[in-house]
Design a protein around this ligand. Structure first.
Ligand SMILES: Cc1ncc(COP(=O)(O)O)c(C=O)c1O
Length: 380
């Protein structure tokens, strides 16, 4: 029986989990106001960097007494900077349920050699945050981008705790509610939920994190690129847009434009609603098809950004080859780009559902997923 291809394709087939789709209104013309060829320390450059910080604060609802900085090396830079600057003052708890969290565990245990309890869960599951000792410094990832499993809320984190919470929120910020009173260090990169450009990271520090920075000096040397203090005092300028080294003013302009777009769709609430609607369309699809399921075992932890799927059909013998063939077919058909599961994750697909993706594109893509599945099954 011939399998019929769907009649229409998504207007935008970009469903990559990073760099993510740009806002639907994006055109290169929108960057024409970028302060190109000018010093980032000139008034115009500084003003744009400060705007990026203040608009981030406004949209994410970051409290006024938290510091927000733009730092080098994307989310990885922001997380490394936090871990190398803050950890070691007390015992740490390292929490991981997918590849990126595992990377932070390796850094802390093998590179920094910090006394740490390591708590892990398999892909699809999550570590119970209520089981952790928050009098230690706890390092965790809010949304596991490679497993599609997220922290459902911050209820398990005590508001009064001795340790710091260091949270990699790169695929959560601008798509999920982040409880600022429970987070001492929060990081993300521009290339994720708002579809910005890579290379720049954001670090958000609570007053307690600043207190630690100003009262504790790690035993190891810190490269300039990680240094947040000078002479035992926070380098305030970093949190006003006086970046440690030279940023891309083109990327800054792009981020400013993305923030403007975010405001136009209702800010954080609007962004969350968009991601929720996208993820729900996929959840509904999975519920209706016996051959595909969410990798997240508990729906309460299922991500609304990096939705990870596994094929459950008994006829499939080589899961990795099958998933790869489906993703390739989707790409060749122009129906979905970059939807293969992450290289270290179980075989399957990962479809980005953050707010820059239009629900109509998810809806137009799903019949192609069925078509690609049926075609590959027929070819077995
Ligand atoms: C949870 C998580 N942490 C860290 C990273 C690394 O981000 P970057 O490449 O922006 O440094 C990613 C990238 O996908 C991620 O999803």
């Amino acid at each position: 029986m011939a399998i019929e291809a769907p009649a229409t394709r998504p207007a935008n087939p970009r469903f990559s989990s990073g760099p993510c789709a740009k806002p639907p209104v994006f055109t290169l013309d929108r960057l024409s106001d970028a302060a190109l060829g000018r010093s980032h320390r000139a008034a115009i450059g500084k003003a744009k960097l400060k705007d990026a910080i203040e608009n981030t604060r406004e949209i994410l609802g970051v409290p006024a007494d938290y510091h927000i900085g733009i730092v080098p090396a994307s989310d990885t830079g922001a997380m490394e900077m936090a871990m190398w600057s803050l950890l070691g003052a007390r015992k740490a708890t390292m929490v991981a349920w997918e590849s990126f969290g595992s990377g932070w565990v390796t850094d802390v245990v093998k590179q920094l050699k910090i006394d740490a309890e390591v708590k892990t869960a398999d892909y699809g599951d999550i570590v119970d945050l209520a089981s952790l000792d928050f009098d230690t410094d706890v390092v965790f990832t809010w949304n596991g981008t490679t497993s599609g499993v997220r922290v459902p809320n911050g209820d398990a984190i005590p508001a009064s705790r001795e340790g710091l919470t260091i949270c990699d929120a790169t695929s959560a910020a601008f798509a999920m509610d982040l409880p600022w009173d429970k987070l001492d260090v929060t990081t993300f990169s521009w290339q994720k939920v708002l579809g910005g450009e890579a290379a720049h990271g954001m670090i958000i520090l609570s007053p307690r994190a600043v207190e630690r920075l100003e009262s504790y000096t790690p035993a190891w040397p810190l490269p300039k690129i990680f240094r947040l203090t000078k002479g035992g005092k926070l380098i305030d300028g970093i949190f006003r847009g006086e970046t440690i080294n030279t940023p891309s003013m083109l990327a800054v302009e792009d981020y400013l434009q993305a923030l403007e777009w975010a405001k136009s769709v209702g800010g954080l609430k609007g962004l969350i609603a968009r991601a929720d609607a996208n993820a729900q369309a996929i959840h509904d699809f999975c519920a209706a098809k016996p051959w595909i399921a969410n990798l997240a075992n508990d729906p309460a932890t299922a991500s609304n950004t990096s939705v990870c799927l596994k094929f459950t059909d008994d006829r499939i013998t080589d899961g990795a080859a099958f998933a790869k063939a489906v993703a390739k077919r989707m790409e060749n058909e122009g129906a979905a780009l970059d939807i293969g599961a992450y290289r270290d994750a179980p075989a399957g697909l990962r479809i980005w559902c953050g707010g820059t993706v239009e629900t109509s594109d998810i809806e137009a893509m799903l019949p192609w997923l069925e078509y690609a599945f049926e075609t590959e099954i027929a070819a077995l």
